[in-house]
Design a binder for this molecule. Structure first.
Ligand code: SAH
Length: 395
């Protein structure tokens, strides 16, 4: 399938409920029709207005003329031996962005992108290397979840972990037992893919509303996590707007080191960042903030640094998630050895902090944290992936 030309139609995936109601009214229909329409789009994953049989024929025809349900188009899908799946999605003729699905026994987590590239330049992150390209639209952010739900709930898509759906694509052969997939494959959404979500506040917040809306994806606020590198003013704004789980990329217990790893720290140092976090929890009645801490060998992983981190967070509603560093071409950082990571965790636990180690997933397909990079699309890949269609509404 060729990529479609820029469309004049309104993409309904970018509309929050009030906006969808307003649009429906503009077409001369009653606002409650918006609920029916949303049901087709989000609960049934339907993109074709023709198929929405409980809507009046004239209304459907009008919708087909003026609107569409269009998810980003898929360039390529890769499957990891561990069941993780990565989609490369088209941003434009030369740029791509990625999303990753991570199946676990009790949940399915979809990691989505908020920008093409990233401007924040964290020294240990692959996305930073490509620089910033553009913000994703609300429809592109919501469209990732819509697309993943559709592809994963497609009966033959979720069968056996470790087996590629696309015939002919080489995959490491290994017998992996068949296992049940929860009824709804995507139970959790994390904004931990490419980009800094709070730098795209204008498009991210409406997307979050659609994820939480009972007429949208109807996800619980605890199952939607926004991860930020620490844009302090936007954390305060977020506290006024919406209630989701907050994760913060801390990565160092002191300003000197953090400024080196996460340069935005020069503008918004640790003390300010933590104030903003506690404010968010107070405002939103949240349980705790999760602090992400990437484990870099010999850089931020000493027991003394663990103790310093514990002092910063002790007595606050905080959890720590230790992320073993995932290498990428050109980096000089190395992952801390397992023993060092466990010792670091134990130091934190011993001081009353809940700290866990994130299991690394999808490494064989570069889908692990910090490995996402929307490489410039090359023509061969486009051809290979072109069989997989996006859900473009047929007019
Ligand atoms: N910009 C947001 C969200 C994207 S990154 C943020 O900074 O939080 C999601 C998480 O992966 C962040 O905690 C980030 O610091 C971490 N990460 C980035 N590169 C990594 C790498 N190479 N290995 C492990 N974790 C990494």
């Amino acid at each position: 399938m060729q990529s479609s030309p820029p469309s004049e139609r309104l993409n309904l995936l970018g509309l929050t409920r009030p906006a969808l109601e307003a649009f429906v009214c503009e077409l001369g229909s009653k606002p409650f029709r918006a609920r029916q329409l949303a049901h087709w789009i989000y609960k049934r994953g339907e993109a074709r207005f023709d198929a929405m049989t409980d809507l009046a024929k004239d209304f459907r025809a009008e919708l087909a003329e003026r609107a569409e349900v269009r998810a980003p188009s898929v360039i390529e899908v890769q499957r990891s031996r561990d069941g993780t799946r990565k989609w490369k999605l088209r941003a434009d003729a030369s740029q791509a962005f990625e999303m990753v699905f991570i199946p676990e026994d009790d949940r399915g987590t979809l990691c989505i992108s908020s920008q093409v590239g990233c401007a924040l330049d964290c020294s240990f992150c692959a996305t930073a290397q490509q620089g910033f390209n553009r913000n994703l639209t609300t429809a592109e952010i919501v469209g990732q979840v819509w697309l993943a739900c559709r592809e994963l709930e497609d009966a033959d898509a979720v069968v056996r972990l470790g087996e590629p759906k696309e015939a002919g694509r080489a995959a490491p052969e290994r017998a992996v037992p068949e296992r049940a997939v929860p009824e709804r494959a995507v139970t959790n959404v994390v904004l931990m893919g490419m980009g800094e979500p709070l730098a795209n506040f204008r498009n991210v917040v409406p997307a979050l509303r659609i994820l939480l809306d009972d007429c949208g994806f109807d996800l619980s606020r605890r199952r939607v996590t926004l991860s930020t590198s620490g844009l302090v003013p936007q954390i305060y704004r977020l506290a006024e707007e919406i209630n989701v789980a907050l994760a913060v990329s801390l990565h160092a217990p002191d300003d000197e080191l953090r400024s080196e790893l996460v340069p935005i720290n020069r503008k918004h140092p640790i003390a300010e960042l933590l104030e903003a976090c506690w404010h968010y929890i107070d405002e939103q009645n949240g349980r705790s903030v999760t602090f992400e801490y990437v484990m870099l060998d010999g850089v931020n992983d000493s027991p003394a640094q663990a103790r310093r981190l514990a002092r910063l967070l002790a007595g606050h509603p905080a959890k720590v998630n230790l992320i073993p560093f995932n290498p990428f071409p050109g980096t000089s950082y190395r992952r801390s050895p397992e023993g060092t990571i466990l010792r670091f965790r134990d130091e934190l636990n011993g001081r009353g902090l809940v700290a866990t180690v994130r299991r690394t997933r999808g490494e064989d397909i570069d889908a692990a944290c910090g490995q996402l990079a929307g490489r410039v699309i090359d023509r061969t890949t486009v051809r290979l992936g072109s069989r997989i269609s996006s859900g473009v509404a047929q007019a």
